[in-house]
Design a binder for this molecule. Structure first.
Ligand code: IPM
Ligand code: MN
Length: 382
């Protein structure tokens, strides 16, 4: 097999700190598992690069990144100096735009955001059934509310109008829903293997080992809501072993808090998935532990991008306080994903996941610094 090459883009804020720990773990894994793996660090995209060059990244950034097997990204976004009272008013679309450009440019049409409350993670819900929270939110990542079509009319006048169009195609709808059903099956298989089966009931009273819940807002946003629902019903016929469920997004928010343990795979549109996954992150212990990835499962020439759900957290940046756990779970998922090119990487990914989970279980919500957590996990890996 060829050498697997990773583009490492630490980005802004706490990004470089948590990515530093990810790289240390990769080094430990490379030695231990004899991985044919190398990485290149890029100073862009970042706010610093923007300050110096007047753009968030070089013009040929996407071409440069495309040569890699995966992109490991820390976090992007910098609202400016902490002492600037207007910092929260500054638009940050410049330093954030590469994120959306990468998703689009590499057609990373799946965003996977698992939310599983692992032992040791902070349990925000008082109900002890919270220990059974184990869902995978799959966010449509290529279109929908994020197509950025629209504009402002009569700008600056009292009669100003802002329009923002949403575009949903049947092709993108079908592929994300089908992906959801496939993941549901895989998850059921994994649970059988680990002896932690779950049961879900279908509408006609049968029991299944997995479930897909579709999220829409079809009572108000009829057009795409109806198309999503029809596609869901059609595709579900191919998966009689998977129970189906449908929630309106507002009700889903309520049920995520009220009974999150009842969800398995959740498929949502780009914006609704964005919002639901911040909520889901809290259900699984908070932003410090929530992994994420942006995948292109269809085109092997396009790199997928791995970045935690959290942002650049400028309020704690540079102090060694950021929890690298989310970044390390994300790195584990990257290795598992790259396992399709070299099975050794999948083994290393599982070892990393297990080490991070064991560290979490042992230290629970103890206050520890970025480096301390990273060192403890590296030690487990060696
Ligand atoms: C995320 C973020 C991004 C998004 C922002 C930074 C553009 O919130 O990855 O969830 O909305 O997708
Ligand atoms: Mn978000």
């Amino acid at each position: 097999a060829d050498t697997i090459r990773i583009a490492v883009t630490p980005g802004d804020g706490i990004g470089p700190e948590v990515v530093g720990e990810a790289v240390r773990c990769l080094e430990a894994l490379r030695t231990k598992h004899g991985l044919d793996l190398e990485w290149t660090r890029f100073p862009w995209p970042s706010h610093a690069w923007h300050e110096e060059h007047g753009e968030a990244w070089p013009e040929d950034a996407l071409e440069q990144l495309q040569k890699f097997d995966a992109i490991l990204l820390g976090a992007l976004g910098d609202p400016g100096p902490m002492d600037d009272p207007e910092r929260y008013l500054l638009p940050d679309s410049i330093s954030l735009s590469p994120l959306l450009d990468m998703r689009k440019g590499f057609d990373q049409w799946v965003c996977e955001r698992p939310a599983r409350l692992l032992p040791g993670a902070r349990q925000y819900l008082a109900d002890d059934r919270a220990k059974d929270i184990d869902m995978l939110v799959i966010r449509e990542n290529s279109e929908g509310e994020y197509v950025s079509q629209g504009g402002r009319l009569r700008k600056g006048t009292p009669d100003e109008i802002a329009t923002q169009m949403e575009v949903f195609t049947r092709k993108a709808t079908d592929r994300i829903i089908r992906y959801g059903f496939e993941q549901a099956r895989l998850r059921a298989d994994d649970r059988v293997r680990d002896g932690r089966t779950r049961t879900f009931r279908t509408l006609d009273g049968r029991t299944c080992e997995s479930q897909v819940c579709l999220i829409t807002k079809r009572n108000a946003l009829r057009h795409w809501g109806d198309m999503y629902t029809e596609a869901f019903e059609e595709i579900s016929q191919e998966y009689p072993d998977v129970a189906i469920h449908h929630e309106l997004v507002d009700a889903a928010c309520m049920k995520f808090v009220q009974s999150p343990w009842a969800f398995d795979v959740v498929v949502a549109s780009n914006l609704q998935g964005d919002i639901l996954t911040d909520l889901a992150a809290v259900l699984s212990g908070g932003m410090g532990v929530a992994p994420s990835c942006n995948l292109n499962p269809t085109d092997p020439d396009m790199p997928s991008m791995f970045e935690p759900t959290h942002g650049s957290a400028p309020d704690i940046a540079g102090q060694g306080l950021a929890d690298p756990t989310a970044m390390l779970f994300t790195t584990a998922r990257m290795l598992e994903w790259l396992g399709r090119k070299d099975p050794k990487l999948a083994v290393a990914g599982e070892a990393l996941f297990n080490a991070v989970a064991a560290d979490l279980a042992e230290h629970s919500c103890q206050r520890r610094g970025t480096r301390e957590i990273g060192s403890a996990i590296c030690q487990r890996l060696a």
